[in-house]
Write a protein that binds this ligand. Structure first.
Ligand code: ACO
Ligand code: ZN
Length: 192
């Protein structure tokens, strides 16, 4: 399946700049495909809507815009039949390594990921995560990746564990409503 099938503008086709993008064709239904690509400014309202539908942690348009402008290569969307079905946004931070003692490293921070309910369990979040981690390592030179997740969020915790994340800490009352977060992290090795 080639990107032309999605009617993408020329600029979005695989062209060297975008050649890390993965195009996934689902086997489930011949008319159901998704692709993962870099987010554009015109996707941000759809991304904000997904964020509001899926998560209690919401942000202003200006915040999404600043993340997109600062880290455009690791702000990705999944598209199904020209509709934005999910997103991931990350930023790069210098932190004390969770894996190598006393070492400061560059780490990718997954700020937020969500997939609309009707498009879940199709592998979209896994693809968003894998593509973002590849970019964090290859483009932003991150040696690890981390995120916070509600301790009650079993679907997301399963997703992250399946991708090789481990729980490195529990942050008391991380969320506004008082719930704790697990801090989960993963080393980014060149073999993946
Ligand atoms: N119950 C149990 N395990 C699940 C579930 C679920 N409902 N959903 C996903 N998983 C696990 C499974 O192991 C799954 O593999 P499988 O389908 O082969 O069993 C694996 O995750 C991969 O699933 P995907 O299909 O790739 O995930 P999906 O596209 O459905 O998106 C997500 C998962 C993002 C957690 C989605 O449920 C969602 O948007 N939830 C609401 C928003 C949210 O919680 N986001 C994460 C907050 S933390 C943060 O943003 C850093
Ligand atoms: Zn965070």
């Amino acid at each position: 399946m080639l990107s032309e099938d999605f009617g993408l503008p020329e600029a979005l086709r695989t062209d060297g700049v975008h050649d890390f993008l993965e195009l996934v064709t689902l086997e489930v239904r011949p008319d159901r495909h998704f692709m993962v690509r870099e987010a554009l400014e015109e996707d941000l309202l759809a991304v904000m809507n997904i964020n509001r539908v899926c998560l209690p942690e919401n942000y202003t348009y200006g915040f999404f815009e600043s993340v997109l402008h600062s880290y455009p290569k690791s702000f990705l969307v999944a598209e199904v039949d020209k509709r934005i079905a999910g997103y991931i946004m990350c930023r790069v931070e210098r932190i004390l390594s969770r894996f190598q003692r006393f070492k400061i490293c560059k780490a990718g921070h997954v700020i937020s990921i969500a997939v609309l309910p009707e498009y879940r369990r199709m592998g979209i979040a896994s693809s968003l995560m894998k593509n973002a981690m590849k970019v964090l390592r290859e483009v932003y030179n991150c040696s690890e990746v981390f995120l916070e997740v509600r301790v009650s969020n079993a679907p997301a915790i399963n997703l992250y564990e399946k991708l090789g994340f481990i729980q490195v800490d529990r942050i008391k009352q991380y969320y506004m409503d008082g719930e704790d977060a697990y801090l989960m992290a993963k080393e980014l090795s060149s073999s993946e």
